[in-house]
Unconditional design. Structure first.
Length: 148
């Protein structure tokens, strides 16, 4: 009976060792990294009033957003926030006017930091604005991309 147990452990033990080695190899090759399956473009999704065709973020947090107003109204943009933190050094300086269909390049410093090539997913993106003669509104969505 003891010999049968030893044979069982030896037979199936090698299989467990091989399985652990294969899984370790897959992790080493970054097969399970979400960055491997992500496209090369940076995207913002979920926004309705403003569309973002592209953006760049440096490892130090400097960001450039290529935005377009999708609203039929004139909007006063009062701020842009990423991860709940307003961009500093915003250019054009807030508040600035966005007319219907206008494309605007917005630059500033964000709280996003990391190494070059690092990926980020589901980061909250917000644009604060008011319709000319109206109240404050927020257009929010999520950002996915890589630090350049």
């Amino acid at each position: 009976m003891g010999q049968s147990a030893v044979e069982y452990v030896v037979t199936y033990g090698w299989m467990v060792v091989a399985l652990v080695a294969i899984i370790a190899l897959l992790f080493y090759l970054n097969i399970f990294s979400p960055a491997r399956w992500m496209g090369t473009s940076n995207t913002v999704s979920g926004t309705t009033t403003f569309s973002v065709s592209d953006f760049t973020v440096t490892p130090g947090g400097a960001i450039t957003l290529y935005m377009k107003s999708e609203s039929p109204y004139r909007l006063n943009v009062t701020g842009v926030a990423i991860q709940g933190t307003n961009l500093t050094g915003l250019s054009p300086a807030a508040p600035f006017l966005a007319t219907p269909g206008q494309r605007v390049t917005v630059t500033g410093n964000s709280a996003l930091r990391g190494g070059s090539g690092d990926s980020f997913y589901g980061v909250k993106f917000e644009v604060f604005y008011s319709v000319e003669g109206g109240g404050q509104h927020v257009d929010s969505g999520t950002m996915n991309g890589r630090l350049g």
